[in-house]
Design a protein around this ligand. Structure first.
Ligand SMILES: CC(C)(COP(=O)(O)OP(=O)(O)OC[C@H]1O[C@@H](n2cnc3c(N)ncnc32)[C@H](O)[C@@H]1OP(=O)(O)O)[C@@H](O)C(=O)NCCC(=O)NCCS
Length: 175
């Protein structure tokens, strides 16, 4: 059955539930630690941490934060989508899709130009993410080609962006 969860910005009162949800979705402490490290860093954007809430319970969470692309001409600030989590018992009911759609709309509204993601290609392609290497992007670690994706939020935003994606310090040791 399609979820009727409401999507809204995450607030302090959601933090414990977000930690618990992220742990259950990934089955490790690395991802909940990552959420908190991003939140405490200068790369965090409060408007781009969203939760899906149903009957007062947090059922899903998505987070976009600042990273950069190092090109020959200089640096381009972009966003990364990571991590996102949906309650394992409620996956495949549309919560993840609504979080991505609402999140990308918010990213655009705030004037961000592009988003990089590393994840399930069958899932992210539905929202317009394309293979990042097609834009001339690289990452300094091993990722299967199809899992490394990017989306332009403004047409042509990644046209002259060939370069190395540099994740922020909170991702150290994870990517
Ligand atoms: C990936 C995730 C966020 C998707 O959320 P969701 O609410 O289940 O997504 P939706 O219901 O909107 O869409 C379902 C689609 O997601 C994709 N999907 C979900 N889980 C997937 C997985 N483990 N591997 C590959 N694709 C997956 C499928 O394309 C599925 O389509 P289908 O129903 O036609 O099979 C969720 O499964 C999750 O939290 N997984 C564990 C943590 C994780 O992997 N996070 C993302 C890291 S990139």
């Amino acid at each position: 059955m399609e979820s009727t969860a409401n999507i809204r910005r995450a607030g302090e009162k959601d933090y414990d539930e977000i930690r618990e949800l992220t742990f259950r979705a990934f089955d490790n402490e690395g991802e909940p630690d990552l959420v908190e490290a991003i939140r405490e860093s200068e790369y965090y954007i409060p408007e781009l941490s969203l939760v899906a809430v149903n009957k007062g319970r947090v059922e899903g969470h998505i987070l976009f934060s600042m990273i950069r692309i190092i090109t020959e001409e200089g640096e381009i600030p972009v966003l990364t989508l990571a991590p996102m989590s949906v309650d394992p018992g409620l996956q495949k009911t549309g919560i993840g899709s609504r979080l991505v759609e609402t999140g990308l709309r918010e990213c655009r509204r705030l004037g961000h130009k592009a988003v990089i993601v590393i994840g399930h290609p069958e899932f992210y392609a539905k929202f317009g993410f394309q293979p990042a290497r097609g834009f001339g992007l690289e990452v300094p670690f091993d990722v299967p080609g199809e899992a490394f994706m990017a989306i332009e939020l403004e047409t042509g935003a990644l046209r002259n962006a060939a370069g190395m994606v540099e994740f922020s310090p909170p991702f150290d040791g994870l990517v």
